[in-house]
Design a protein. Structure first.
Length: 67
């Protein structure tokens, strides 16, 4: 089995932020996300891309609201 584990200490700040956002939004633990990444890598990658877009949209809305 390929080791694609997410190691929070090795992640960039933006990656950590995305991972925390995914965990909070999907209401799952970091361990659950790790298991999904290992067991279903293609689905996990699609989910990551979707969550990146969603997070960018939310940040843009927040910036717009500050104006």
């Amino acid at each position: 089995m390929q080791q694609n584990n997410i190691n929070l200490s090795r992640m960039s700040t933006s990656q950590q932020e995305l991972f925390e956002y995914m965990s909070e939004t999907l209401q799952t633990s970091e361990k659950g996300l790790l298991e999904m990444q290992i067991q279903h890598p293609q689905n996990f990658q699609k989910l990551v891309e979707k969550m990146k877009r969603t997070m960018r949209r939310e940040k843009a809305k927040q910036r717009k609201a500050k104006r």
